[in-house]
Design a protein around this ligand. Structure first.
Ligand SMILES: Cc1cc2nc3c(=O)[nH]c(=O)nc-3n(C[C@H](O)[C@H](O)[C@H](O)COP(=O)(O)OP(=O)(O)OC[C@H]3O[C@@H](n4cnc5c(N)ncnc54)[C@H](O)[C@@H]3O)c2cc1C
Ligand SMILES: NC(=O)c1ccc[n+]([C@@H]2O[C@H](COP(=O)([O-])OP(=O)(O)OC[C@H]3O[C@@H](n4cnc5c(N)ncnc54)[C@H](O)[C@@H]3O)[C@@H](O)[C@H]2O)c1
Length: 502
């Protein structure tokens, strides 16, 4: 579907460069009650990476394996699924439905229904409040913003400079989320979130030989160490080979080919490891972090270096650009590479833009609704592995690095009535990180099946700085996994009593 606009129009109040979910939110929040108008400039598909090549397809691929595994551990249900495997074509067809068959018609319709215009093409800044767009036909349009430009150009898979790797045309997150053929043997480079989630669905879809090569000693290096251990134990039990403390030094593929997204990009791949051993596979997946899409968006035209993450203040205004007209939201800021955090930043940026356009000077005090510091204090994340890993706020390591007087408390998630009735093999653990000085929770991590929804309570506790004595009055329902909060408080009290009497 084409964009909406009069091809001769060249001026809007707000221009959003990059039409992912965060950019859509920035446009919506800037315009909805202000009388301002906005345009989204999008080079590929409105909705961005999350909708088509990241969160949504990955969760569609993970859910069937999760359900099957749960069923295998519920007495009375287990015999119904014994020996069963996933219907792979049906799983991939459902994934295609979830990504709208890579068609953004419904997103364009949402934008137009919300009175937000869309220009298709690749945009670059060309001076203060000016964006130059190269359209699909090669034509160039110059757009001017009366008030603000918001950058939401996102990030792409980083491909490390390993000899032969780029030439071998490895799968990136776009291929592994949009796979159309399941390779028999796969090597994954990386041990972070993309590596662990991809390993989980590839194994459930039937990859026979799956190896993870990670340079750290444990998986999920940004999480609490016990999270990586529990996910690693489960992957190993599922037959995945973990190669911790290893890197790939060279990749060889005789016949790399542009076969299309999610189809093996050629024949056999040979990976040479740093200990001299080799791994043969039908595909290699690079899951080695992200690179911000800032190398070719005209930053030098506004006095900023091309490339790298964009430093922003707590109202998402790009630092060191005079006049407070340039904002950035989402992965390009490098603050938290998560869809919900990008959208949160966008809500703040949009309202700040509307307020400033109305001649106001929006309060940027720490707990003001127009300051994004509070939300980042409790930033939540769920990694949809088996077991899931959910967290909010700081890890113990981060809290200590921030100079906090740290106290921790941990509890075995299997010791709860709510998890006991859930399945016959429940394994999990919870950890709270507390600030002794304020007696508040500054971080929390939960690991276990179906813990995703525990995280929001933790986010609330961290963001609202709820004191521990008040948390005693926040009563969890019985029998649910939320009872872990009560058990953590009881354990904390016992620890403190013991420390006083020791
Ligand atoms: C496999 C995978 C799974 C993930 N799962 C989750 C999850 O479950 N939950 C979660 O919260 N996060 C998840 N993430 C992270 C999430 O996808 C990103 O944080 C999110 O997509 C970032 O959104 P964004 O707004 O920064 O931009 P992006 O989604 O990266 O999109 C940027 C948009 O800008 C466009 N663009 C770029 N340059 C230009 C230009 N010059 N002109 C015009 N348009 C341009 C692009 O075409 C694109 O549409 C996952 C990531 C991956 C890789
Ligand atoms: N469920 C979710 O919320 C979800 C799911 C997927 C991705 N994401 C987001 O996407 C982002 C990207 O995920 P990711 O897993 O790619 O990144 P990551 O930062 O989580 O992990 C990157 C991994 O690659 C390794 N690595 C990096 N450079 C390397 C090199 N040169 N050689 C060898 N190994 C190297 C790192 O050591 C690490 O193990 C994350 O920040 C995450 O927030 C979120």
């Amino acid at each position: 579907m084409a964009g909406s606009v009069d091809p001769d129009r060249s001026e809007w109040d707000v221009i959003v460069l990059g039409g992912a979910a965060a950019g859509e939110n920035a446009a919506q929040y800037a315009t909805q009650f202000s009388g301002l108008d906005a345009v989204l400039v999008e080079a590929e598909l409105l909705g961005g990476e999350c909708s088509y090549w990241a969160c949504m397809p990955s969760k569609a691929l993970l859910r069937p394996g999760d359900v099957l595994d749960s069923a295998r551990h519920v007495p009375g249900v287990a015999p119904l699924v014994a020996g069963g495997t996933l219907d792979v074509p049906a799983v991939l067809a459902h994934r295609d439905t979830v990504v709208n068959h890579l068609d953004d018609t419904s997103q364009i319709r949402w934008a137009l229904d919300t009175d937000i215009d869309v220009v298709r093409g690749y945009g670059r800044l060309a001076g203060e409040r000016v964006v130059r767009v190269t359209g699909p036909d090669g034509g160039i349009r110059t757009l001017t913003a009366r008030h603000a430009v918001v950058i939401d150009t996102g990030s792409s898979s980083a491909v490390p400079p390993i000899r032969g790797l780029a030439e071998a045309r490895p799968w990136t997150s776009r291929d592994v989320t949009n796979l159309h053929e399941v390779p028999r043997r796969v090597v994954i480079l990386g041990g972070g979130v993309v590596a662990c989630e991809s390993a989980t669905w590839l194994r459930s879809l039937g990859v026979a030989e799956l190896s993870l090569v990670l340079r750290e000693e444990g998986l999920l290096p940004r999480s609490e160490p016990f999270a990586g251990r529990l996910v690693g134990d489960a992957l190993t039990a599922a037959g995945v080979r973990l190669l911790p403390g290893r890197t790939i030094t060279e990749v060889r593929r005789a016949d790399p080919a542009d076969t299309g997204t999610g189809i093996p990009h050629g024949g056999e791949v040979t990976c040479v490891l740093d200990d001299g051993t080799t791994l043969a596979a039908d595909e290699i997946v690079v899951a080695a972090g992200r690179t911000p899409n800032t190398g070719d968006i005209g930053l030098s035209s506004v006095g900023r270096p091309d490339g790298g993450y964009l430093a922003v203040d707590n109202q998402q205004c790009v630092c060191a650009v005079p006049g407070r007209w340039l904002y950035a939201v989402g992965d390009v800021c490098g603050r938290a590479l998560l869809t919900h955090m990008g959208k949160y930043q966008a809500r703040v940026a949009g309202e700040v833009i509307a307020a400033r356009a109305a001649g106001q000077h929006p309060d940027d005090g720490e707990d003001s609704p127009l300051n994004a510091a509070a939300g980042h204090r409790g930033a939540p994340q769920v990694t949809f592995t088996d077991p899931q890993v959910g967290s909010a706020g700081l890890t113990e390591r981060e809290a200590r690095a921030a100079g906090i007087d740290v106290e921790t408390v941990t509890y075995d998630m299997a010791g709860l009535a709510g998890t006991y009735v859930m399945r016959d093999d429940y394994t999990g653990r919870a950890l709270l990180v507390l600030d002794r000085a304020t007696d508040t929770v500054v971080g929390a991590t939960f690991v276990g099946p179906d813990i995703a929804d525990l995280v929001h309570a933790a986010t609330t506790a961290v963001v609202a700085r709820i004191p521990v004595p008040v948390l005693w009055h926040v009563v969890p329902s019985y029998p649910t996994p939320s009872e872990v909060w009560l058990r953590l408080l009881e354990t904390l009290r016992a620890q403190r009593t013991q420390a006083r009497t020791a």
